[in-house]
Design a protein around this ligand. Sequence first.
Ligand code: NZQ
Ligand code: ZN
Length: 387
Amino acid sequence: MKLDFYYHNPTKIYFGKTALEHLPAELANYGDTVLLVYGKGSVKKSGLYDEITAVLQKAGKTVVELSGIKSNPTYTQMLEGARLVREHQVHLILAVGGGSVIDCAKGISLSAYCKGDPWERYWVNFEDVDNEIVPVGAVLTMAGTGSEMNGGSVITNEEKMLKNGRVYPPEVYPKFSILNPEYTYTVPKYQMVSGIFDTMSHLMEQYFSGTDDNTTDYLIEGVMRSLIHSARIALKNPEDYEARSNIMWCAAIGLNTVTGLAKEQDWEVHMIEHQLGAYTDCAHGAGLAAISIPYYKYISPYGLDKFVRFANNVWEIPTDTMTKEDAANAGIEKLTAFIEELGLPQTLRELGATEAMLPLIANSTVQGGGYKHMTADDILNVLKACY
Ligand code: NZQ
Ligand code: ZN
């Protein structure tokens, strides 16, 4: 562990079939008024909305609602939530949903009392949060983003055509998250596999960087293997509790910062996807799947040893008799086959992108990288390769 790090994860996790039983005790820690934030209707269909509102009622809470949070939550919706928090003097924001709902809740929590324009201050200029942060609690219904156990809040500013994300400090993390894998049984298959690939991508983006011997890399390899194994089971039987619970926990660990400790990290695939999402509104994990193969083919020559290790340790490919290039490519081919198994798209066209969008996406993507620094031209090359 050559790089210094600071680690503090304050989110309490209640995991399993009985996790919701802990909600009343958590609610008792906060004042009377709760802003209940949820998506476009899945929680009503599943019955979870009724369960949670009953708990809130029993706890004597006054409930204000913000519903209809879109996948890829918008700045407009976030500002509406911030307004509700101020108007009703909300004490706790309870997010019930996937990453979009939780991200939106975190955005509301830190924007409600922001002095100035929160977008410019926090999502563009990355200023320190210097105002009151309203506590957030989460009930997770879909696995993938890791938002339930981190400080991430990715918001789409429709007017500016920007999808910006930021990892906020521990004060912004959910205070508690309720993770019952059974809630994910009703997630449509396309969203389930998008979430699985989102987690895989988080793990890869933390893995493919650096040349040191870091415990974190061994941890990531183990989580990737568990995720791939359980994904295959869940594809066959979406109601396999053990597989869905493994996937849920892989997602949380995959971005709760443990799998990034002392790592340089390369988030360029996410940076490109966020702008792809701003233009097409595609499902986040599906966008990542389409970009990943051409991206990793593009950068693997600059980090060959790590790609050989990926082939060996994650995909169990015996590479002794291969050249490093062939071994690296063999690992990437296994990843391609996994994307096919999941049934995720491999072209941007399938996600609604047009050729005219490609330079716009390339030019508006935050430049970065790991083994290779990616310029706008490099990003355009990657986009053309998966168009
Ligand atoms: O809106 P509802 O009706 O709830 O339906 C949702 C939505 O249509 C549905 N769904 C969720 N749980 C369900 C369910 N349907 C049936 N049964 C259930 N139990 O699934 C759809 C997708 O939900 P969404 O929350 O949008 O998906 P996800 O969890 O993938 O979140 C995506 C957002 O998170 C951001 C992404 O960019 C994207 O905006 N990310 C957040 C991160 C973070 N906070 O750290 C990191 C990620 O890399 C990512 O960028
Ligand atoms: Zn992601």
